[in-house]
Design a protein around this ligand. Structure first.
Ligand code: ADP
Ligand code: MG
Ligand code: ZN
Length: 526
């Protein structure tokens, strides 16, 4: 198979996502009062409504409607005052009612958009970017200094309910294939679920991954779900097709179902794009089918050919009245909107004089954004504390993030690195007490020894000597010891400066402030 880059030379990849999110922060199910609890003993949170017993009547959960309206407002959707529920009919043991209650053509939220900022290596996947200049616009993107901004349309966000969970026994890895029997747990049946559908506006696997990450960050900020991909409260289907560059009609798509990690989303789409290109190049046909990404085998396999909407016989739910949301209700929800990641990034940029890049990456996680703000609150009580914004942003975006990534399950909260210690550490570096290289060493030591940066610097005798008098004495001595080298330097061999700096450092056991040494040497040699 060809590489992504080679494929994208000739084909345009078109990607649309369907993102399912369980509203885990609610206390009860969508249409009954059963408790929502992950990991409870099987079938302990059920009742006649979510078990679909005859005569049981659903009552909608108002808090769930608030959550979906929040999601819609946060993603620039139009809130539809009039929408209703439908029955999507299918028979499967995980759904005791034999139909799923969902929404029809009009959902609570319609026609929104999210802007994606793509930078660094992620931006390299986008075809045509290399030739474009900052400020230029093509397709749905605007080129920026360090990448581009892509406009991604959101078709709709609708409300539905989750099904129960099947557990298969006797087969391989709990799969249904080869299983001797299956059990069903209805605790999850009736869990409020929102499904967001994007327009086919994404063009690279990286854009798809960034979209999911950004959406997750928005939902977490709204507090409507714990968005755990491992536990399945956030999952998505990736739809992808190819078309020849220049073509306007969409190609036939395949759908990767139930993707449960950002990496799988990226890698699955990447594989599927390359596979489709190979099929098309060999004169074959892409069939509209559902495929499964197998991360260990690193390939996709067919699950089923696509069923059509007609098979479900969607019809209006007779037990639930159509909605008539009032302006007051929508405004009340709007008033609850917290500061969203984009707005927070803009504020960081202005308030702390940061670059767009730094601000954007600081708000990628709620925890790092809060940590940074707490650092700045503490720094502001110091003289010139505002100057620590950039060093602190670097520390968080690079070192802290790398440390968190390397230690899954580790959180900033409760870790040895308190905001106070981060400020102290960057203060030491900024003041020249330690070099930035030593700063990294102290950072690691803070985490390992749970000690204050100042104490570590003292205990290890790391202080740089920045006393001009002391350095000058050493510089004079070094120059006096090497009259021949001084002559050569003054004769034009300025590369010898490195030799002099090295000699000074040696005499000072590596603790001299290198900038000061350099400066004094240059003064005396000129
Ligand atoms: P289906 O009825 O097969 O579920 P939808 O029209 O509901 O298809 O679209 C589902 C998702 O697939 C949406 O995110 C949409 O943007 C995307 N999509 C639709 N057609 C294509 C296509 N040809 N290529 C890639 N994505 C597509
Ligand atoms: Mg669909
Ligand atoms: Zn129930």
């Amino acid at each position: 198979m060809q590489t992504l880059e080679e494929v994208l030379e000739r084909y345009e990849a078109v990607i649309g996502l369907e993102v399912h999110t369980e509203l885990t922060t609610l206390t009860t199910k969508m249409f009954c009062g059963c408790k929502l609890e992950f990991g409870a003993a099987p079938n302990t949170h059920t009742c006649p409504v979510c078990l679909g017993l005859p005569g049981a009547l659903p009552v909608p959960n108002k808090a769930a409607i608030e959550s979906i309206v929040l999601a819609g407002l946060a993603t620039n959707c139009r809130i539809e005052k009039r929408s209703m529920f439908y029955r999507k009919n299918y028979m499967y043991p995980d759904m005791a009612k034999n139909f799923q209650t969902t929404q029809g053509p009009i959902a609570f939220c319609m026609g929104g958009h999210v802007d994606l900022e793509v930078d660094g290596p992620a931006a390299k996947e986008r075809h045509g970017l290399a030739k474009a200049k900052a400020g230029e616009a093509f397709e749905n993107v605007t080129v920026t200094e360090d990448g581009y901004r892509a406009h991604v349309g959101i078709t709709r966000i609708h409300m539905e309910e989750d099904a129960g969970k099947m557990v298969h026994f006797g087969g391989e890895e709990g799969r249904i294939a080869g299983a001797t029997h299956s059990l069903v747990d209805y605790n999850r049946a009736g869990t409020p679920l929102i499904e967001l559908v994007t327009e086919p506006d994404l063009r690279t696997p990286e854009e798809a991954r960034l979209f999911m990450q950004k959406l997750r960050q928005i939902y977490l900020t709204l507090g409507i779900s714990d968005c755990s991909m491992e536990e399945g409260s956030l999952r998505c289907d990736g739809n992808v097709s190819l078309r020849r560059r220049g073509a306007t009609e969409l190609g036939t798509k395949t759908e990767l179902k139930n993707i449960n990690s950002f990496k799988s989303l990226h890698d699955g789409l990447l594989y599927e794009i390359r596979r489709q290109a190979q099929v098309l190049d060999e004169g074959g046909t892409i069939y509209q089918e559902t495929r499964h990404w197998d991360p260990s085998a690193k390939r996709t396999i067919v699950m089923r050919v696509k069923e059509t909407a007609d098979d479900y016989r969607l019809f209006p739910e007779p037990d639930l009245a159509p909605y008539d949301l009032s302006d007051e209700f929508i405004e009340r929800v709007r008033a609850k909107l917290p500061e969203l990641p984009d707005a927070k990034a803009r504020r960081f940029q202005e308030e702390f004089n940061l670059s767009a890049y730094d601000a954007r990456h600081l708000v990628e996680s709620t925890a790092t954004a809060a940590f940074f703000e707490e650092c700045m609150a503490q720094a502001s009580s110091q003289k010139d504390g505002g100057k620590l914004a950039k060093p602190l942003a670097n520390l968080i975006i690079n070192d802290v993030t790398a440390w968190l990534n390397a230690n899954p399950g580790q959180t900033l909260e409760g870790s040895p690195l308190t905001p106070g210690r981060a400020v102290e550490l960057m203060g030491l570096v900024s003041a020249g007490t330690i070099s930035s290289k030593q700063g990294k060493e102290v950072f690691a030591a803070v985490l390992e020894e749970d000690a204050d940066p100042k104490a570590i610097v003292e205990a290890r005798g790391m202080e740089q000597v920045s006393d001009t008098g002391a350095i000058e004495a050493v510089v004079d001595a070094v120059l006096a010891e090497n009259p021949d080298k001084v002559e050569q330097y003054q004769g034009g061999k300025t590369g010898l400066i490195g030799f002099f700096v090295g000699q000074c450092m040696k005499q000072m056991q590596g603790k001299g402030n290198p900038q000061l040494i350099n400066q004094l040497l240059e003064e005396k040699l000129s």
